[in-house]
Design a binder for this molecule. Structure first.
Ligand code: HEM
Length: 487
């Protein structure tokens, strides 16, 4: 085919298009003809171009990169991604804001998603984390409520400080995450200028099949940089895609962002003796209990050629783990194991695994067959059942994890009954801040609570007072509410 012919416009079936400027009509001034099949195809495709946005984390940016091991942790995990110093693994990262829709501004006060897909030789490992080490909730049953509270009001179709803060302040376990979100770190200057956290406790399994609990940290090498509320307003006034632009341009010009990966480790015995619940997502592990251990470096060095293909269609799932890395009893993590694959089967279809950005880069041999949009050959004529007499793809019992000891009868246990300390850690965080940071936290909170009713503001002051009297007083002063009103 000549170069000139290459440039020819065709239909989806590859047939040359004769006229892409005029529809066919009956006579010069007459109505259109149903037989204008090019018009029908073009419009029908256009009518279906938008796919459902992610239920949350809808606005995001992505890039490809590599992970390089710099330190040996093979004593704790047999995951091949960590098998030797210097080993490199390809990856894809998608950053996001949480509450805003697909067209929302980037520089909003919100937590940020930091989702990583490592294309390891043993399959994909997805670490679907945030830029904060904790979360608002401890129980996954509350997750839909959280999102209904922070997204749009059903009547006004506007974000509502009343709904948002009514919910947050009614759940004392949210105070730690609320404190971080309202702090000076609540609006990162860009996705490059923030840390990442796996947040949950996960597990490592080593070659001796011994389990160690683990938390993952990604420390930005660009340094932490944030925007004040005032700066963010100006940024949004000029560019709603400030984070997208920053990431895209820095990678385009060869200034590749990097994060160092660290882990915190805890044996099962240590975790059992910890004075706080090691699987509580509203709490951090103190560094004195589990110091940071360096593991490797993550670098982003390639922008996607096509945003929709790679970023919009990316499907991260905490259920994607590899031998040597696994789950923990954290209820929130357990709940997430269902939700992501489920939403992706709806958002992208049952065969979303074979979309190039999601497909493993190692051979994969499941017996799943058929389904909508199966475009990878459907495993041709290979057998589609197991057991079979021909040695086709067998499970590998040697990879079974060690048994996990559990106790107690099954029940909907109220986690508050045996552990209702949601104030110690936010209090410690408050006291770690400089006086200037404490002031900013209180002022940001007052602005964010905006026109929420006074009784909700008073409830929040009450929660903050329990964390630290100066925190409660600072928020009360910033809102002009007398502490006498707080019981
Ligand atoms: C996205 C559910 C908690 C981080 C999503 C999506 C769902 C979801 C349904 C959309 C996924 C998609 O359409 O592909 C839940 C549930 C949770 C929970 C049910 C709690 C029970 C968390 C937590 C974190 C987190 C604790 C971080 C530690 C993310 C990130 C994304 C996301 C980063 C965006 C992934 C991407 O870039 O495609 N979540 N989530 N989520 N979630 Fe969660």
């Amino acid at each position: 085919m000549s170069k000139k012919e290459d440039k020819h416009l065709t239909t989806a079936a590859g047939v040359p298009v004769a006229d892409n400027q005029n529809v066919a009509t009956a006579g010069k001034r007459g109505p259109m003809l149903l037989q204008d099949i090019w018009f029908l195809e073009k419009l029908a495709h256009f009518d279906r171009e938008v796919i459902p946005e992610r239920r949350m984390h809808a606005k995001g940016s992505g890039a490809f990169g590599t992970f390089t091991v710099t330190h040996d942790i093979t004593g704790y995990t047999k995951a091949k991604i960590f098998s030797e110093i210097g080993k490199k693994t390809d990856l894809f990262v998608r950053f996001s804001t949480v509450a805003g829709e697909r067209g929302a501004a980037d520089a909003e006060r919100d937590i940020r998603g930091f989702a990583i897909k490592f294309y390891t030789e043993e399959g994909n490992w997805d670490l679907v984390g945030n830029n904060t080490p904790v979360f608002f909730l401890r129980d996954p049953l509350k997750f839909p409520d959280l999102n209904h509270a922070v997204k749009r009001d059903p009547r006004t179709n506007m974000r509502s400080a009343q709904n948002n803060w009514d919910f947050w302040t009614s759940l004392p376990e949210a105070l730690h995450q609320v404190t971080i979100t309202m702090s000076d770190r609540g609006i990162p200057r860009s996705y490059r200028h923030m840390h990442g956290f796996g947040s949950h406790t996960f597990s490592f399994i080593n070659a001796e099949n011994k389990r160690t609990w683990v938390k993952f940290h990604l420390v930005t090498q660009q340094g932490i940089q944030n925007l004040t509320d005032e700066e963010a307003e100006k940024v949004i006034g000029k560019c709603r895609e400030s984070h997208q632009r920053n990431l895209l341009e820095s990678i385009d010009k060869g200034d590749f962002p990097r994060w160092k990966m660290f882990v915190q480790l805890m044996t099962e015995e240590q975790a059992a003796k910890l004075p706080y619940n090691p699987f509580d997502l509203t709490k951090v592990w103190f560094k004195k209990d589990a110091p940071l251990i360096e593991v490797g470096v993550l670098e982003l060095n390639k922008n996607p050629e096509n945003y929709f293909a790679d970023v919009e269609q990316a499907a991260f799932n905490p259920a994607n783990i590899v031998p040597g890395i696994s789950f923990s009893p954290d209820r929130m993590l357990q709940g997430r194991l269902f939700s992501y694959g489920d939403t992706q089967r709806y958002r992208l279809g049952v065969n979303h695994h074979s979309i190039p950005v999601n497909a493993p880069r190692c051979p994969f041999h499941s017996y799943h067959r058929d389904g909508q949009m199966r475009v990878d050959g459907n495993k041709g004529s290979t057998l589609a059942y197991e057991p079979n007499s021909y040695g086709e793809w067998k499970d590998q019992w040697q990879l079974k994890e060690p048994p996990l000891a559990l106790d107690g009868p099954a029940y909907q246990y109220d986690f508050r009954e045996d552990d209702d300390d949601y104030y110690t850690q936010p209090g410690l965080l408050f006291r770690l801040m400089s006086p200037a940071q404490q002031k900013v936290l209180c002022e940001n909170t007052a602005r964010a609570m905006g026109d929420a009713p006074e009784m909700i503001k008073i409830r929040h002051i009450g929660n903050c007072l329990k964390a630290d009297p100066a925190y409660g007083k600072g928020v009360a002063d910033a809102m002009g509410i007398s502490l006498d009103k707080v019981k």
